[in-house]
Design a protein around this ligand. Structure first.
Ligand SMILES: [Zn+2]
Length: 315
């Protein structure tokens, strides 16, 4: 498998995007062929070769071409490394992309933690180079506190596989907001104090729960990714600076990870990077604290500056 030259460790002042996405024709083809039923949205996307709200063109490239293209876009956005969150479980195309991207783009694997096979799958994915897990309780309608998830968390704890969780509103029309409240994370974070949990998009409309649960559990963090358009209907009305201010107050700057939620079918969300960086500057945050949010925390929590393992034997 051809790959890009290995990424060097980031430096203070660099930016790591801790929440991006990966959608391509090859990745979806593999997913649909494995799960022919229950994936109408994806089959339709493949037929049209288009994806997302704006019906953008789905890229059709090899994993290696995609890796080069992804890193090029990051360069233009002045982003040194990125962490993609998998939406498809157990996907060889995605594993190939990860190897090709060689530490410039890291990944979180997709696992259903209730599945009795989840601990074994997690072990395989971490050995393939993934740096942790992305969980989707709202989209898949489950609770992390469900005892069925317990063996999965025990394995994650053993492997040091930290976890990003999507709570709150979702663009997925099948999502169930009965599972949206991050308070459900409380007993899990309590019982696994060595695991780090990152709640995406400031909780996507559940900021009050995020602040409470993260104040209580010191191993809960947030990512800032996306347009954060949940602020449009949040009560009380808040600016992005106020959202950052409350979050820094409750969690501290060492538990906030910057992200854009960029995908592969629309241009890289450079404007989100500038908007958030500018907001932090205007708030008068010290260089050190800004560096934690924009780079250091993601690097530490997901080990993004360690070489991608294992080194493939045949290149
Ligand atoms: Zn996302």
């Amino acid at each position: 498998m051809p790959r890009i030259g290995a990424a060097k460790p980031t430096q203070p002042g660099d930016v790591i995007d801790a929440h991006v996405h990966l959608f391509t024709v090859g990745l979806l083809e593999e997913f649909v062929s494995k799960m022919p039923e229950g994936s109408e949205r994806f089959r339709e996307a493949l037929k049209q070769r288009r994806w997302g709200k704006r019906n953008n063109v789905l890229p059709s490239k090899t994993p290696e071409q995609t890796a080069r293209w992804y890193v090029d876009r990051m360069k233009q956005a002045d982003v040194k490394k990125a962490l993609f969150v998998s939406v498809m479980p157990d996907n060889q195309w995605t594993r190939d992309f990860l190897v090709a991207a060689n530490g410039h783009v890291h990944g979180l694997c997709n696992v259903d933690p209730r599945d009795p096979g989840a601990p074994a799958l997690l072990e395989r994915e971490m050995a393939a180079g993934f740096r942790g897990v992305k969980l989707y309780p709202v989209n898949r309608a489950y609770r992390l506190s469900d005892p069925a998830c317990r063996p999965f968390f025990e394995k994650a704890d053993e492997l040091g596989a930290n976890i990003t969780v999507h709570y709150g509103v979702t663009v997925d029309p099948t999502g169930d907001l009965n599972y949206a409240d991050p308070l459900d994370l409380s007993p899990v974070a309590r019982d696994f104090p060595n695991l780090q949990f990152v709640i995406a998009h400031f909780g996507a409309g559940w900021l009050d729960s995020v602040l409470r649960v993260a104040y209580q559990c010191k191993n809960i963090c947030v990512d800032t990714s996306g347009t954060n358009n949940w602020m449009d209907y949040y009560v009380p009305k808040m600016t992005l600076a106020e959202v950052f201010e409350r979050t820094i107050m409750a969690l501290g700057p060492e538990r906030i990870l910057f992200g854009t939620d960029s995908g592969t079918t629309a241009p890289y969300r450079t404007w989100i990077r500038y908007m958030q960086q500018r907001t932090l500057e205007e708030m008068g945050l010290s260089d050190g604290d800004r560096d934690l949010i924009l780079r250091g925390n993601a690097s530490r929590i997901f080990r993004l500056d360690e070489p991608l393992l294992p080194t493939p034997s045949a290149e």
